[in-house]
Design a protein around this ligand. Sequence first.
Ligand code: PRX
Length: 650
Amino acid sequence: MGINCNLTAANIPIIMNLKISSFEEYKQVYQQSVEQPEEFWNGIAENFQWRKKWEKTLEWNFKEPKIEWFKGAKLNITENCLDRHLDTLGNKTAIIWEPNDPNEDHRILTYKQLHDKVCQFANVLKNNNAQKGDRICIYMPMVPELAIAVLACARIGAIHSVVFGGFSAQSIADRIQDASCKLVITADGGFRGAKNIPLKSIIDDALVQCPTVDKVIVLTRTRTPVAMIKGRDVWWEDEVKKVETQGNIPCPAEEMDAEDELFILYTSGSTGKPKGVVHTCAGYMVYTGYTFANVFQYEPGEVFFCTADIGWITGHSYIVYGPLSQGATALMFEGIPTYPNPGRFWDIVEKHRVNILYTAPTAIRSLMSFGTDLLKDKDLSSIKKLGSVGEPINEEAWHWFDENIGHKKCPIVDTWWQTETGGLMISPIANVTKTKPGYATLPLPGVQPVLVDETGKEIEGNGVSGNLCIKFPWPGMIRTTYGDHERCRTAYFATYPGLYFTGDGCLRDDDGYYRITGRVDDVLNVSGHRIGTAEVENAINMHSSVVESAVVGYPHDIKGQGVYAFVVCPEKHINEELTRSDIAMTVARIIGAIAKPDKIQFVTGLPKTRSGKIMRRILRKIAEGETSNLGDTSTLLDPAIVDEIKAGAL
Ligand code: PRX
């Protein structure tokens, strides 16, 4: 399967194969993608279905920034994910759903069934006054209806904003307000391991602060008692019935411009307020479809199990849009890896004959800690390819994954990317790129990484490290931060003018292979979740007895990074432990349980410079257990505080 693409004949649309089949071909295609990016992407985009083709492939500058791909094209992403497969793959499985409780029946949705359900729910949305351009917040458990809701929004051109089920009422309210959402789709509750999460009740708390929302559609999942407010709250099932009695009329897909907004997904940065990352229709579709097909070398009929939640970008791109646009079978799992026991992933692999397993280092490390006994009588022979995402994978976890799950026969694609990049950026191509433990290896075609020093000067050559930037646009990239374009510019394009700055540190070794070393800004990566230290500090400071706090990360065996909080809390507490729990509870209330500090150290002051800046470098070292070699502390306002903090370190 070669690349049958003549890139010099730019005017003749030639379909370029999505999949690269040898390393030689990778080198050639990569070169072409850098020298003639527009022609390259034209060839890739020919693999998708368009109502109208584009007039211009790319218009851009990283100054404003302005990024427009496939300008003038008309499409609907759901026609690519559903309608275009109906003739050939209508009876093939689109989604396999595995419930939290292994004793509950799993569900299968064929492309035809998924198409019908998406159309039906799209009509429900229309009946509830949703229109093209409206923002819709989705706060749901990992059930097929979550994917249906996402696709139904895209079908009618409404912009979805999915909020992960672990966020608090306050976080949801912030996100709903920021995007002025008009409708919320939720469920009575959600099952996650032994827990039953009262989703609707959390939404009710959030909506007290959200006057823009006039409708809430509630799916039945746990059948927990819920408040249903007249005129505002309706049951999903009742609304579907109404559509059925109306005769289940088809729901033609809304015609969208290439650069119409497809969705908003909030993510943390170095300031206190999460940013609404905006992705648009055409570029995101092309990029996720292409990277899915190419990196995982997806073969028809293979079962692809991405263990992420649809509440994060990984679930958007590699459970919903990427696999479905390629006619793949995606497995969606409602539960957690350790419920009802830590062999659950392996049971799922065996039960559904999973061929590609895409998961996070934190899950691998957690399962590793239970030993290999649980693997003894599991049949993992269906697995052909493995993937990792979300955080740097340590070598020990890489080898464990390789030996015990892949039996040294399956490539591991360590995929580096971000919410802002939309899809995979630096990654091996399965069975094409030679892998190296801990390395995301090489940039995918169309991706032009550069390393820069603190001043923004490009660091060339190999065997070097620096801050990772991207110097040329790719179709899946962020277009703006919702409602605040200036914030997008300052967060990503102003640090190093002319470059997109990722916020990651990176090493390029002697082979030119990339290894991501972690964030260089004030963002933590806890169990693969991005958490801003400023956000956690704001939440801690909401506690009535806290005066001030500073949050840093520290190495954590399972989570990758743990949250370490230094808290100034002058009142003498009768029970320090209880105050710690109260502070953690406050963070759970303000952000969500995922941001709870793992360690809270009470201090009488923080190490600050004379200008009042907290010296986090020192706190980071103390949190990491380093007590000598703290660097220069002479510029501190009160150097004695460092000794006190060191002495009390947890
Ligand atoms: O620091 C990098 C880390 O996760 C960050 C992006 O987080 P988020 O937007 O939540 O998206 C996670 C899923 C794509 C990056 O800035 N990261 C992601 N993948 C890797 C990684 N770090 C090292 N290796 C990876 N493969």
